[in-house]
Design a protein around this ligand. Structure first.
Ligand code: ADP
Ligand code: MG
Length: 394
């Protein structure tokens, strides 16, 4: 069955025009949450040569489908890079982001909740959490990475895996209130301290030791608090993939899609723009429009139409309002954010979904991001800069 699914994906991507990134909604799973990335045992996905210098690869990581379109002089170069990219994403899930795998920092940090000792973070995770905390403040708490106990209560991961309302249970008011009382970014503490001379961190390689040399960051989670980096994991993925691309010159252009997040990089040999489709939340099989982009961009979408359960006509989706612990009631069906920085674009689209078009667009602008909101009445609202890049096709 899985093989069948992957062959279908292969056919679907082969049918796309060469170099087109097609955005398939806000992703089918939360980045950094699922244990799915490793289940393929590090095998590469299928590939097809679509033009003289274009190669495409499909695989899974971070609980979602990863599609790579690469421009390279030869297949070996493209295949090598695609493997490195997958290794990087699997590694991020295994070592940093997963709340299920006991090898990851998030898992181990969560295990220290309430202990008072805290947990020593790697530099990249510390920086991700720091920028996430800033986003929480700037969004007045709409964005919150400490909702783990509540997201688990809703069993959001199961919806991604099964899309199956059977067995779905609405948490009782009491359990929700109790889980929610352990959440709240303002109760999370990150402390930077000077590293003692010669001090080493257990389980870290030489290179990482050097990177973390001067300072270390310890995280303190109060009793019951659990991190959930589902809204930012793919952002970290995009940011690290950008560094990987920048570190070599043989890949001259790339479009890499991680569920609802897409990275464009470099250029096409014919110099034409990247064309990224934005899914129509009212009809997921089509696009409402196309973004035409030059060079490097990170495009993140959050919406209520990809991961949800419908019970008695009520749609329960996976973006929660930290004030209630329930799926956010928003006039937005989908929001797309465009930014050079992947780390921020992922979290920003989640925050914008909750805040709605006015506050969301203002927040995006603070970060220098363009934004496009599709409202529940079908209206499209977008920033000025976005108007120059977007053409409606519906
Ligand atoms: P996706 O991961 O499907 O692309 P998002 O990036 O919008 O979608 O992230 C949604 C995920 O983030 C949820 O599955 C959950 O793990 C987590 N989450 C839910 N609500 C919030 C919130 N208010 N702030 C931060 N993270 C959230
Ligand atoms: Mg997000």
């Amino acid at each position: 069955m899985k093989h069948f699914f992957r062959v279908l994906l292969f056919i679907a991507i082969a049918a796309l025009c060469s170099g087109c990134g097609s955005q398939n909604g806000p992703g089918s799973a939360a980045g950094g949450q699922g244990g799915g990335g490793q289940k393929d045992g590090g095998k590469t996905g299928q590939n097809v040569r679509t033009a003289e210098t274009t190669w495409q690869y499909v695989d899974t990581a971070m609980g979602t489908v990863i599609q790579q379109t690469l421009y390279a002089p030869d297949e070996e170069t493209a295949r090598d890079f695609s493997l490195q990219a997958m290794e990087l994403l699997w590694g991020l899930e295994r070592e940093r982001l997963s709340w299920r795998l006991d090898t990851s920092e998030v898992y181990r940090a969560n295990a220290t909740s309430g202990s008072g000792e805290g947990f020593l973070l790697s530099r990249d995770l510390a920086e991700l959490l720091e920028s996430g905390m800033e986003l929480s403040e700037r969004s007045q708490g709409a964005f919150d990475m400490t909702l783990g106990s509540v997201t688990r209560l809703w069993n959001i991961d199961e919806w991604a895996a099964e899309s199956n309302p059977e067995g779905f249970q609405i948490p009782s008011r009491e359990t929700l209130a109790q889980a929610l009382s352990a959440c709240g970014y303002e109760k999370l503490r990150l402390e930077w301290e000077e590293r003692d001379e010669g001090e080493r961190e257990e389980g870290r390689g030489e290179e990482e030791q050097e990177e973390n040399e001067r300072e270390k960051c310890r995280i303190f989670l109060p009793e019951g608090m659990q991190l959930d980096l589902g809204a930012v994991g793919k952002g970290l993925g995009m940011s690290e993939l950008t560094s990987l691309l920048e570190g070599q010159s043989s890949i001259t252009g790339a479009v890499i899609s991680l569920g609802g997040s897409i990275l464009t990089y470099g250029s096409k040999p014919d110099g034409s723009s990247w064309r990224v489709g934005i899914t129509d939340p009212f009809d997921k099989s089509s696009n409402i429009g196309i973004l035409s982009l030059e060079g490097q961009w990170c495009i993140s979408t959050s919406g209520d139409y990809e991961r949800y359960v419908e019970v008695d006509g009520v749609r329960y989706h996976h973006i929660l309002d930290p004030r209630t612990g329930a799926p956010a009631v928003s006039q937005v069906r989908g929001v797309t954010v465009l930014l050079k920085d992947g780390l921020l674009s992922d979290g920003l689209s989640t925050a914008c979904f909750i805040l709605g078009p006015q506050e969301g667009m203002a927040l995006a602008a603070e970060y220098g991001a363009e934004s496009l909101f599709i409202l529940s009445n079908g209206e499209i609202v977008m920033s000025e800069g976005m108007e120059r890049l977007f053409s409606e096709t519906r």
